[in-house]
Design a protein around this ligand. Structure first.
Ligand code: NDP
Ligand code: HEM
Length: 482
């Protein structure tokens, strides 16, 4: 006979019953002194934290980054040195849907990685696309509002989505990805990840480079057609969580090859595209991908809530050897993530095991709700008590000159900047005939929703005609506009 542990309350006190509340006689009212019942009910009422305002639905796993090449000429970041292995946690997500929404919805996929490095946590909070819908954070909340729900009937509204997109031509490149079959990946294992932004790298000598990260799936790209994705939404809304969990459980550990594009620091100023514009890629012919290593996901979370729901990623977590670029979107995100974590999880979210760095924390921040890190005296700096002291030399190389008038403005244009030139290259040179046919039918399906007005359909045709005449004509034909 197996012996069962005795149920306790959260203070470890043996529970009086798993089934019966304390009452006055078998049929009488309940007693306030039933602390065990009250703790159970009160704790249940507090089981949720607010869901993420975007990227609410997701799943994740633990893994390891292995660097195989010597790239010390570009960065001194400890995690990118040849032979280094760094533990990581990766969370995948959809963007617009709520916590219970379907995994196979047409949406970009979040690809957020937390590297637990010896120099503290380095977070790369990217997507499965190398670009984004907008290039200024001023428009982010408006963009997200247009993708989520209306204020009046609480419904999602394709008319609202096309209204925002057609009034924001910089969205054309990302919307092309979104409406292609890559907008409905077959699984998280079968898609690439991208750091998307341009970041700064600097080496031990203080020499600087601009870098973009590409994580290429070793499982191969696989997508769903619109019909397959729609079918899975009803038969298995948690399809992507299940796929990842089952694969790792079965020992089939997915991996991604880590590649970077490197641009010399000085080349940015007169590059043919603005290299900091998040709606643009760096064409490979200009800056080829360099393989630097791989990462593998090899362990499922033990507890979904503790590890996936309470994970907090922040693009502002940058370690020595890596810095921010002047990409305006990245600059906005440096503020946004730690701010939302303090609200969503609480001010000491960095003390939770999933967010806690694996190296020693010698911070002068202390106390606050739910603290359990034992802060040491002295509690201020500077001090004469031999407390921790910052080492500015670790960040030598991060500095660069900027000057200019304080202004609200679009980016200065580079020679070939144009909102349509890169989606046009995708349509003309990269997509197969089948990809093109699916892109057209996916757009037509989306813009045929009953709420999309006749006037909006004309704007949709114009939007796609700006990318390519054939694409515009295909959409016009599908929407019945001559
Ligand atoms: P390349 O021909 O050198 O690269 C094309 C890229 O497109 C490859 O990374 C390819 O890699 C990817 N690709 C292939 N099929 C699709 C698809 N159906 N949807 C999206 N991406 C696909 O050309 P350029 O570097 O000059 O880029 C041309 C266009 O390709 C760009 O304007 C951009 O739209 C797109 N692209 C470019 C990327 C870049 O970083 N340069 C990255 C991704 C897309 P894979 O099949 O492994 O994804
Ligand atoms: C999640 C803001 C652009 C990728 C979030 C969250 C916020 C946010 C507030 C919720 C975080 C949480 O509650 O844990 C913003 C702002 C942006 C922006 C203000 C632009 C100014 C982007 C871009 C990308 C991106 C460009 C990708 C390239 C993600 C991912 C998550 C996320 C992957 C989910 C992280 C996780 O798995 O926990 N964003 N975002 N975001 N964002 Fe952004």
């Amino acid at each position: 006979m197996t012996t069962r542990p005795i149920t306790t309350d959260d203070s470890g006190i043996p529970a009086p019953s798993d089934e019966h509340s304390l009452s006055v006689g078998p049929n009488g009212p309940l007693l306030l002194q039933d602390h065990y019942l009250i703790q159970k009910m009160a704790h249940f009422n507090r089981e949720r934290v607010p869901e993420r305002v975007v990227h609410a639905k997701g799943g994740g796993a633990h893994g390891i980054l292995q660097i195989t090449e010597d790239i010390s000429q570009y960065t001194k970041a400890g995690l990118f040195q040849q032979g280094k292995e760094t533990p990581l946690f990766l969370r995948f997500s959809t963007v617009a849907g709520e916590l219970g929404s379907a995994d196979t919805a047409r949406d970009p996929r979040g690809f957020a990685i937390k590297f637990y490095t010896e120099d503290g946590n380095y977070d790369l909070v990217g997507n499965n696309t190398p670009i984004f819908f907008i290039r200024d954070p001023q428009k982010f909340s408006d963009f997200i509002h247009s993708q989520k729900r209306r204020a009046d009937n609480h419904l999602r509204d394709n008319n609202m989505q096309w209204d925002f997109w057609t009034l924001s031509p910089e969205s054309a490149h990302q919307v092309t990805f979104l409406m292609s079959d890559r907008g409905t990946p077959a699984s998280w294992r079968n898609m690439h990840g991208f750091g998307s932004h341009t970041f700064l790298w600097y080496n031990a000598a203080g020499e600087k480079y601009w870098v973009k990260y590409h994580f290429k799936t070793d499982q191969g790209i696989k997508n769903l057609t619109a019909a397959e994705a729609a079918a899975l939404q009803s038969t298995d809304p948690d399809h992507h969580i299940r796929d990842l969990y089952d694969a790792i459980k079965a020992g089939d550990h997915p991996s991604w090859t880590v590649k970077v594009q490197i641009m010399p620091f000085e080349a940015a100023a007169d590059y043919r595209f603005n290299p900091f514009d998040l709606t643009k890629v760096w064409p490979h012919a200009d800056y080829p991908e360099i393989t630097i290593g791989k990462f593998t996901l090899n362990k499922n979370p033990d507890n979904y809530f503790a590890e996936v729901e309470q994970s907090g990623f922040e693009p502002s977590n940058l370690v020595p050897g890596i810095g921010a670029s002047p990409d305006k979107m990245l600059q906005g995100r440096l503020f946004s993530y730690p701010d939302t974590h303090r609200y969503r999880i609480g001010p000491n979210y960095l003390q939770l095991p999933i967010n806690q760095p694996r190296n020693a924390v010698n911070s002068y921040n202390f106390d606050g709700p739910m603290t359990f890190r034992n802060s040491q005296d002295p509690v201020y700096a500077p001090n004469s008590a031999n407390g921790p002291a910052a080492d500015a030399s670790l960040y030598e190389g991060e500095n660069y000159q900027v000057a200019g008038e304080i202004i609200r403005s679009a980016y200065t244009k580079h020679a070939e900047d144009d909102d349509y030139v890169q989606p046009r290259a995708l349509w003309e040179n990269v997509l197969s005939d089948t990809d093109r046919a699916h892109l057209v039918s996916n757009i037509v399906g989306h813009a045929s929703a009953p709420e999309v007005t006749a006037d909006m359909k004309k704007r949709v045709v114009e939007y796609w005609s700006n990318i390519h005449k054939d694409l515009g004509e295909g959409v016009a034909q599908g929407l019945g506009i001559s």
